[in-house]
Design a binder for this molecule. Structure first.
Ligand code: 5AD
Ligand code: SF4
Length: 486
């Protein structure tokens, strides 16, 4: 089942009947082969490689999708460049808050000026923002220089869509309402050789009243555990040590599989994969976090000591309007249970300020939760009205000054708390996975502790991808300066 919302310049089966009859994976391989020929001919004509740039907005899911886009582009014969003055540029967009949309519009103007200098340049847009009707209309009306637009459900068709942009003149558009297709094994180009995200599920069924994700990412679909484990085994053989299991609400993983399986059971299986040393996951919904999961985390040697547990608000009255399906008290009880079972865990969260009808008293309730739980970090957002969500139609949208007052007050407490929490390991020795050479000081490397805190210490590029023991000498606010021990 794949219902389309809008297509343009993309006739159904624009190749032959034979291609139409192929399985989706073979179909995309066929298009990729055609694409390779076109890119190689262009390369001969220009006397140089064609360059591509993939720019990601938004969350880890988008970052993972971008690795798939880049995988196809490299396979087709493009060379990656950090500059947006490239032969092919794609923006993988986010629409969770309006400022993400505004950034895309702003940067599109710049891309247009690059295209004026390089007439054969191609510009593509994909991701969550493209699933919105109003965005699609605006781009067609005011950004006619864009060559390709597609959404979140048909990213596996990227090879086909890309090919089409070389074979037609007008803007190619392909936006679907939803899909139940999950196409496995297409090329991926990972950003880091030693760690990788893995989609375990797509979409969301929660419909929190402020959130646009269920509308743009569709209904919840879990991947088969067999496929997930095979992918992780392959990654491990390829040198990956840390995996991040990705889903909008991983705690409801597996409920709709033919043979249902809980997220905790999946984690037990991932734990068995040789070579994988660290397991992370994102994101958990408090209403679905099971005792079984806490137990698996507690017993695990590989699951990292970090749990991201979005609170959104500490006021039960607002939580109800947000359709979060837990209360201040039940969240506090859950956090306490987790901390009791796994004392060294870092708890992080997301908080929204300025939801319709929220008063400064409600913000005080949120501050109370922050002080009680003592989050290791909290991402605080100003409420952004998303057209089509129930909250957008609510009365009592909060005036900007009140939002700002509450936000500033909350931020202060969040920062004080996080500083204190991060500091508690000063002087201890912990293992850390080295991720990169420090951007500011090339004598230092940047590594991540199991609890997600960053530590910088003396070292060089040869350490990248290694797990080493580091003494956490000095806490500098939200990170450590350390010294390698082993
Ligand atoms: N306005 C502000 N923040 C939002 N989030 C989701 N929707 C909105 C919105 N309309 C935040 C939530 C979520 C995080 C990914 O983004 O806190 O957990
Ligand atoms: Fe949005 Fe709520 Fe789904 Fe998270 S759980 S993606 S906040 S609807």
């Amino acid at each position: 089942m794949s219902e389309k919302i809008y297509t343009k310049n993309l006739p159904e089966n624009f190749y032959s009947e034979d291609v139409a009859a192929m399985k989706e994976y073979e179909k995309q391989q066929f298009f990729l082969k055609k694409l390779k020929k076109i890119i190689s001919d262009l390369e001969d004509k220009k006397g140089r490689k064609l360059t591509c740039n993939v720019t990601t907005f938004g969350c880890q899911m988008n970052a993972r999708d971008s690795e798939k886009l880049l995988g196809i582009l490299l396979e087709a014969g493009f060379e990656e460049t950090a500059s947006e003055q490239a032969d092919f540029v794609i923006y993988n967009t986010c629409t969770v808050r309006d400022n993400a949309n505004q950034r895309v519009y702003g940067r599109l103007g710049m891309l247009n000026s690059y295209k004026k200098k390089n007439k054969e340049m191609k510009i593509a847009l994909c991701g969550c923002m493209m699933q919105e009707q109003s965005v699609l209309e605006k781009i067609q009306k005011s950004y006619g220089f864009v060559d390709l637009i597609f959404g979140t459900h048909n990213i596996y068709k990227f090879a086909e869509l890309l090919l089409r942009t070389f074979e037609t003149k007008g803007m190619v558009i392909d936006i679907w309402k939803d899909t139940d297709q999950i196409v496995e094994d297409l090329p991926v180009s990972r950003k880091y050789p030693f760690k990788s995200g893995i989609n375990i599920m797509f979409g969301c069924n929660n419909f929190c009243s402020y959130c646009i994700v269920p509308y743009v990412r569709g209904r919840e679909r879990s991947r088969e555990p067999k496929e997930i484990l095979q992918e992780i085994e392959k990654l491990a053989k390829d040198g990956v040590k840390e995996v991040m299991l990705l889903g909008q609400n991983v705690n409801s993983y597996g409920k709709n599989l033919d043979t249902p399986m809980s997220f905790a059971q999946l984690l037990r299986e991932v734990e068995k994969v040789d070579g994988i040393e660290r397991i992370r996951f994102m994101t958990s919904h408090p209403k679905d976090l099971s005792d079984e999961l806490i137990q698996v985390m507690k017993e695990s040697k590989k699951i990292c000591r970090h749990l991201h547990l979005p609170l959104q608000s500490g006021s039960t009255r607002i939580l109800e309007k947000m359709n979060r399906r837990y209360t201040k008290e039940s969240y506090l009880a859950l956090a306490e249970k987790i901390r009791k079972e796994i004392p060294d865990i870092a708890l992080t969260t997301d908080i929204i300020v300025g939801f319709p009808g929220e008063t400064l008293e409600d913000v005080e309730e949120t501050i109370d939760v922050v002080k009680t739980v003592q989050f290791d970090n909290a991402f605080t957002f100003i409420y952004s009205k998303r057209t089509g969500t129930p909250a957008a139609a609510m009365e009592n949208q909060v005036p900007e000054e009140i939002v700002k007052e509450g936000f500033d007050k909350l931020l202060k407490v969040v920062q004080e708390t996080a500083r204190m929490r991060v500091k508690r390991y000063e002087g201890q020795i912990m293992s850390a996975l080295v991720e990169e050479v420090n951007e500011q000081d090339s004598h230092l490397v940047t590594a991540r502790l199991s609890n997600n805190t960053i530590v910088h210490f003396e070292g060089d590029a040869s350490l990248i991808g290694q797990i080493v023991d580091v003494s956490l000498e000095k806490c500098e606010g939200f990170y450590y300066i350390g010294k390698r021990i082993r």
